[in-house]
Design a protein around this ligand. Sequence first.
Ligand code: SF4
Length: 355
Amino acid sequence: MLDSLIKWSHREYGDLPWRKRRSLYGTLVSEIMLQQTTVSTVLKHFDRFLGVFPDLESLAKSTEEEVCAQWQGLGYYRRARNLRKAAVTLVENHGGEFPQTIDELKSIPGIGDYTASALVAIGRNEPALAIDANLERVLSRLFMIKEEKGPKLQKLLYKKFNNNEFKILFKSAKPRDVNEALMDIGRVYCQARKADCHLCPLKKDCLVFQKKKKPLDFPVVKESKKKKESHELRLLRVVVKSSDKILGYEKEDQHWLSGQIEIPTFILESTDRTLKQYPLLKMTKSRYSKLPMVKTAITKYKIENYILELKKTEFQELVKGIEKASRYKYFKFDVQEHHFSTTTLKVLKKLGFEV
Ligand code: SF4
């Protein structure tokens, strides 16, 4: 069934470094990097990361700070911390070996359903389906499964896999090839908002295409998920320098960009009154609108970042009554040593820092 698809996948993507040189460790690193990050971005970082941390042992011995510094450019730093956590557990409790089963793999902190399945299917080349958003969508269209996108559909797909309902996929193809080729097709032709069925090597076997249904109707996307609310946000970003250091703080786990270093930030105005990421600061629009500004966006927020440069004493005065100035500390402005958030780097660049 998947012959032409797999040939296409080997031809187009067989050269990806994590596919050319296989190891369970390489699969773990690449699969964690590829979650929420494009292949082209991961390509820029994978070999370099493996150059610094070539195996589980070197990763387990490293500090969180060292791993996050090497994660620069990949974003979502929680993944870097989880990857290190998994390496520490594998080395300390499993003698540096990967357990065999999906359930055992899932018992390791930092390894969830998807990664455990990917380690078995892609790393070990044993029957499993690593169901991410791409596989979820492609399988839903290929087998015309009309279920709501998300956990419900994933549960149903795992159930169908365990009941052998997808055995046709594995009839003449290896688990590794099946998973990787389906991921590739989901990324390239069978996208969430666009399906290029006429170019797709799966079209002969795809039920949605054969039955002339609309691919974008599969899986079902709830109306509320389609229309994401968006909010306008105006933030004040404060830069306080001391020789080669800048004042900042490490973002907490439950906040955006957790683990990254950000300069002191305050909400000036927000159309979302529930936002609790930063303290509120009263400043008139006529004052902040004269400041240099950079635009950014995160999740549902369109952000205008106004930049104010202050001396330490002026900063202490600014935050008086709002929060403790002592929650901030100085970080050497060295992107190899610390993982500053992208917005922090943009703000500093705007002020002429060499970033
Ligand atoms: S034929 Fe169309 S709907 Fe079916 S898998 Fe290919 S791109 Fe997706």
